[in-house]
Write a protein that binds this ligand. Sequence first.
Ligand SMILES: Nc1ncnc2c1ncn2[C@@H]1O[C@H](COP(=O)(O)OP(=O)(O)OP(=O)(O)O)[C@@H](O)[C@H]1O
Length: 261
Amino acid sequence: MASTVLQFRDVSVVRDGNSILDGVTWSVDSDERWVILGPNGAGKTTLLQIAAAGMHPTKGTADVLQESLGKTDVFELRPMIGFASTAMARKIPRNETVLDVVLTAAYSVMGRWNEEYEAVDLRRAQRVLKEWGLEGFAERRFGSLSDGEQKRVQIARSVMTDPELLLLDEPAASLDLGAREELVGLLGGYASSPSSPAIVMVTHHVEEIPNGFTHAMLLAHGGVVAAGPLDDALTSDTLTETFGIPIELSEASGRFVARAA
Ligand SMILES: Nc1ncnc2c1ncn2[C@@H]1O[C@H](COP(=O)(O)OP(=O)(O)OP(=O)(O)O)[C@@H](O)[C@H]1O
C-alpha cells in the first residue's frame, strides 16, 4: 500500500528578505513520480532542498518520510533519500573509479579511503551499474566519462542505497539529443517499476519527462500554479500561465512537446 513520503503544509522560504517559496502545500505518495517545472528562479531547487531534508521552511511544516523537519535528526533521514544534482556531482573526485563513486554511497561518503566493502554492497553496485547502462565502465575514472555517462553514474549512486525517495535536479541538463533520449528511456523504465521509490524530478523541458511519470507541479514566483496528476496539471493553459507566454503542449505515446503558440 502507498504511504506518504512528502507532506508540505503552507511551506514558505524567505532569504535576505526575498520570498522564494510562498505557501506551498504538497503531498507525494510512495507510488507517485513527480516532475517539477517552472521558469528560472521559480523556487524548484529550493523545494527539492527541503524534500532532501537539506533546508527547513521559514514558515509552515514539511514532513519528509513521515518525519517533521525541525523535530527529527536529519542525519538519520538523509541516507534514505537519493539525490542527484549538478552541485553534488561537482563533489565527486574526478579520478575516482565509477565503481567507487557508486559503492561509496553505501557508506555515505564521497571518495574512497580505506573502507572495507562488503560483498553484498559490491554485488549491488554492479547490479545498479548494469541497470543504468554502465556495464564495462566500472574501472573507468569518473572524470573521463562523457556528460551523459556522468549523469547516469550520479543517478546510479543515488539509487545505490535503495532510497525511499529519489530526487533528481535537472538530470538531463547539458546532454545531447542521443544522451538525453538514452537517459529519459532509462528513467522511464525505472519510474515504471512498482519496486522503485517515489521520484521527484526538476526539469526545464517537458520533452524530458519520462514515461511512467504520474504527477506534475508547475511553480512560478515561489507559488504553485498547478499540481496533481499529469493530465490535469500539465496543459497548454497551465504552461502558459507558468511561463507567461502562450504555449502549446502536445503529447504522443506518453512523451510531451511544448512550443510557443
Ligand atoms: N541563499 C539564498 N539567498 C537569497 N536568494 C536565494 C538564495 N537561494 C536562492 N535564492 C533565490 O531564490 C530564487 C529561487 O531559487 P531556486 O534555485 O530555488 O530556483 P529554481 O527554480 O531552481 O531556478 P533555476 O531554474 O534557475 O535553477 C532565485 O531567485 C534565487 O536567486
